[in-house]
Design a protein around this ligand. Sequence first.
Ligand code: UDP
Ligand code: MG
Length: 168
Amino acid sequence: MNEEATLIIIKPDGLKKSLTGNILTRLSEAKLKIIGAKVIMVGEKLANTHYRHLKDQSFFPELIKYIQGGLHGENRVMALVYWGRGAIGKVRRIAGATNPEEADPISIRGAYGRILTTGLYENVIHASSDPSEAEREIKLWFSPDEIVRKLYPVKEESVSGTTRRVWQ
Ligand code: UDP
Ligand code: MG
């Protein structure tokens, strides 16, 4: 198993239901390292870019509303980067299947997810699905200085006199 990083997002339903502590406890079973964590509000651009692979799906507009908190009156999400051997697969297993009805009942999605009457899967957490998606998503959600490990190449960028580190 390769050492790798994966992105986890505790979605607005997870925060609304006060599941944050519970989810972090479940994820600790994987014995991975947290190398980045923050609570943020998701803007429309971030939402659209994150879920760009689903833009042609009928549920896309509702999914965008969901991740932005529009279905829960809760505009926070918690974004985390976990690192370690086989991190992507380990976290996906603890998260459970995308459809909460098909997910292992002991998984996070199986235990706490539900299907809305509109058909949308309200499934509590996002977890990267493969190494290239993990890299794309981590670079999208985090800047280099928000992660306590050198993951990907970085460059310096100067904007009106101040220099900052960005992904190459
Ligand atoms: N989703 C949905 N219905 C579907 C497929 C996906 O509501 O038939 C939602 C669900 O919230 C899911 C998200 O869209 O977590 C992203 O879908 P993806 O296929 O990437 O599943 P994931 O990687 O989250 O398991
Ligand atoms: Mg996915």
